[in-house]
Design a protein around this ligand. Structure first.
Ligand SMILES: NC(=O)C1=CN([C@@H]2O[C@H](COP(=O)(O)OP(=O)(O)OC[C@H]3O[C@@H](n4cnc5c(N)ncnc54)[C@H](OP(=O)(O)O)[C@@H]3O)[C@@H](O)[C@H]2O)C=CC1
Ligand SMILES: O=C(CO)COP(=O)(O)O
Length: 321
């Protein structure tokens, strides 16, 4: 099964490096022809993943159709770009295995990556790759375990086999809803945890946010038909733990700055921002109780301060756990 990575950000580049390390050819597509030339010449993605050498078997390409000749395409563009990206060239996706590597909920439609793939590429096999993994760790060959999900069990087995390496260990799942919602919502909870630490509320408060955040993720995911065990796995709890406890996470680091200063610039792709908005809207519409996500969305739109959000969570009625 031939593989290409579409999107040469930090994560796409790291995946291309990991999958090409044993000499297997991997095309790495970027939309910017200048960036592709520079990667081909210097064997580095200096802008997004500096200091990592691209193996000879990574072929940077700017021709999307050329990259999309591969059987299995790893979609590594940010979540809010995915819909337009897929819709622009529908013919390229026919019969392909499309593995979404982005984490989030689309603001315009409320769909996750698998829903966007189903809408834009109905003849493709949708799949998800998600779990605790910083791009830089994968690129440096550090051990990492992720979940590969596809509703098609046979396709999931084949992709699990092809995309696993000696240090990149993939578990498989058919629970698309569970895998994509765990990955999407952990980013919102990571912003909340960063905010708590930045505002000086302490590590006990962070542990409470992680735990109650997990309850919130579970509530939405179960309402979408996900399995509880999936949320307890790598793409749920695993990624929640990593992202809520490391300053290497862009979502956590953004929350930290917000908690410290009361406002923050987005310095990098921070998927939890749009996802907080998308999920708080759909939670309100569907009557789902998601107080942390709703509070984060309110801080982000400027309608409450970090302190008011914390007070709001602390003064909720007492109830059984
Ligand atoms: N970084 C990480 O550690 C991890 C990231 N992820 C997920 O991977 C996804 C991508 O993140 P990451 O690689 O870190 O992001 P980056 O910010 O590093 O890069 C984003 C990339 O997407 C490209 N891009 C943006 N919009 C479009 C578009 N419309 N069409 C084509 N390409 C586009 C950008 O190109 P350009 O430079 O031209 O703007 C850039 O190459 C996110 O959903 C993230 O949650 C998952 C696990 C780990
Ligand atoms: O998804 C990630 C780790 O699994 C990366 O998190 P950030 O997008 O917050 O950096």
């Amino acid at each position: 099964m031939s593989v290409a990575v579409l999107g040469a950000g930090a994560f796409g580049t790291a995946l291309a490096v990991a999958l090409a390390r044993d000499g297997d050819p991997v095309r790495l597509w970027a939309r910017d022809a200048g960036q592709v030339r520079a990667m081909a010449e210097t064997r580095e993605n200096a802008e997004r993943l500096p200091g990592v050498t691209l193996p000879d078997s990574v072929e940077p390409v700017s021709d999307l159709a050329h990259a999309a000749e591969a059987d299995c395409l790893l979609l590594s563009v940010p979540m809010q770009s995915l819909s337009d990206f897929l819709k622009a060239t529908p013919d390229l996706w026919r019969g392909k295995r499309l593995v979404a590597c982005c984490k989030g909920v689309d603001l315009a439609t409320g769909l996750g990556p698998s829903g966007l793939i189903a809408a834009a590429a109905p003849d493709a096999v949708p799949a998800l790759l998600s779990g605790p993994s910083f791009a830089v760790d994968i690129a440096n060959g550090l051990p990492t375990a992720l979940t590969l999900a596809s509703a098609d069990e046979t396709a999931a087995r084949a992709m699990q086999e092809r995309l696993s390496t000696a240090v990149l260990r993939l578990y498989r799942s058919t629970d698309m809803a569970g895998v994509e919602l765990g990955g999407a919502l952990k980013n919102v909870i990571a912003i909340a945890c960063g905010m708590a630490i930045g505002a000086g509320l302490g590590e006990s408060a962070r542990a409470a946010l992680m735990t109650r955040g997990y309850a919130e993720i579970l509530r939405l995911a179960m309402a979408r038909g996900a399995q509880r065990e999936t949320l307890a796995g790598l793409s749920g709890l695993g990624d929640l733990v990593l992202t809520c406890t490391s300053e290497k996470s862009r979502n956590y680091a953004y929350g930290l700055r917000l908690g410290q200063a009361g406002k923050a610039e987005t310095l990098a792709t921070t998927e939890g921002i749009a996802t907080a908005r998308a999920v708080s809207t759909l939670a309100a519409r569907e009557g789902l109780e998601m107080p942390i996500t709703t509070a984060i969305a309110a801080v982000l739109d400027g309608s409450v301060t970090v302190e008011q959000a914390a007070d709001g969570l602390l003064t909720r009625p007492l109830r059984p756990e």
